[in-house]
Design a protein around this ligand. Structure first.
Ligand code: DGY
Length: 322
């Protein structure tokens, strides 16, 4: 049932290094799915698991390639020989890094290659919400458009001249800031090491966009008590992780119609709260912030580079430590 492979026995062409011989012992690699992009073909044989978690223990697997699935003590028990978890994605909140480390298992992620794609979707959601793109599209399609343009049924808001509050100002937040500034927005931010205090940012911004990883500290960061701090008519954009916001409280706030939101992520994906589905003030997308051909291929490149480094016994380019 297992696929063994001997990478060291093969001549490989990696990063233009033609004819390089990788001298590594046989390593068994398993994956929860395949990943798109040419770099996938540079990996030695990968056994794609039929289910996650596996129905029974799978001894021998030393490298696991995964995305989104939970990897905690229970799952690790089923892979007793594991030495590397290569996570596809910059966010690795699905992996219990401490449990991995306690067992001597390294964990890697795929940072740096999806910043532009996530920033683009953030802007797309911002524009969609502030300029009423989605309800306007429905309006035309359902035949409701029956008056001249100078008598619109509803007006949106300019991005230009409005204030964007970024919660988190790392790589992705900074890419969003660049694009927002090009649209004429004034950018304010809050981050662990400074910026505007969070409550002040929530009170001040016309649009608030979340760009922090999901950690025990950021779980429920935007709480039921804080959502009312948002101005009437403000817009919340979330392309980070659903659980960063108290989702029930957010749904209540959106049902009231007081604010709008562009949501790419949800607390329990792929479940989307039923009450959001008919709301005109919400734009919903299915966690597609990194979903472009170019970015997914780049993520696979980074994933593969980490695995290949592991197989060569080299330093892992993107090891995470918690
Ligand atoms: C990630 O990489 O964590 C993203 O959520 C994928 O879009």
């Amino acid at each position: 049932m297992e696929t063994r492979l001997t990478l060291g026995a093969r001549e490989r062409d990696h990063d233009g290094r033609h004819g390089e011989t990788l001298d590594t012992p046989a390593v068994t690699i398993a994956a929860t799915q395949t990943f798109r992009g040419p770099a996938w073909d540079e990996l030695p044989d990968v056994r794609v698991l039929e289910s996650w978690p596996p129905e029974e223990a799978v001894p021998g697997v030393e490298v696991l390639l995964e995305a989104v699935v939970a990897v905690g003590p229970g799952e690790l028990d089923l892979l007793p020989d594991l030495r590397l978890v290569a996570n596809y994605g910059v966010g690795y909140d699905n992996v219990d890094v401490a449990a991995c480390r306690a067992r001597g298992i390294a964990v890697t992620n795929t940072p740096g290659v999806l910043d532009a794609a996530v920033a683009e979707l953030t802007l797309a959601l911002m524009l969609a919400c502030r300029r009423l793109v989605v309800p306007s599209d429905r309006f035309v399609r359902d035949g409701s458009w029956d008056s001249i343009w100078s008598r619109p049924s509803r007006l949106g808001h300019d991005l230009a001249g409005s204030t964007l509050g970024l919660v988190g100002f790392g790589r992705i937040g900074q890419e969003v800031a660049k694009r927002a500034e090009a649209f004429g927005m004034q950018v304010i931010f809050n981050r662990r090491t400074g910026g505007l205090p969070l409550d002040e940012l929530l009170r001040t911004a016309d649009v608030v966009s979340l760009h922090v990883p999901l950690t025990p500290e950021t779980h429920g960061l935007i709480s039921r008590e804080q959502l009312p701090l948002l101005q009437d008519g403000a817009t919340l954009i979330n392309t980070a992780r659903g659980a960063i916001v108290d989702e029930d409280a957010l749904v209540d706030e959106l049902v009231s119609g007081r604010i709008s939101a562009g949501l790419d992520v949800f607390a329990d994906e792929p479940h989307v709260p039923e009450r959001l589905l008919d709301l005109p003030n919400v734009v919903l997308t299915p966690h597609i912030a990194s979903a472009t051909v170019e970015t997914r291929a780049a993520m696979t490149r980074v994933l593969a580079d980490n695995v290949l480094a592991f197989l060569r016994g080299e330093r892992l380019p993107n090891e995470v430590f918690g």
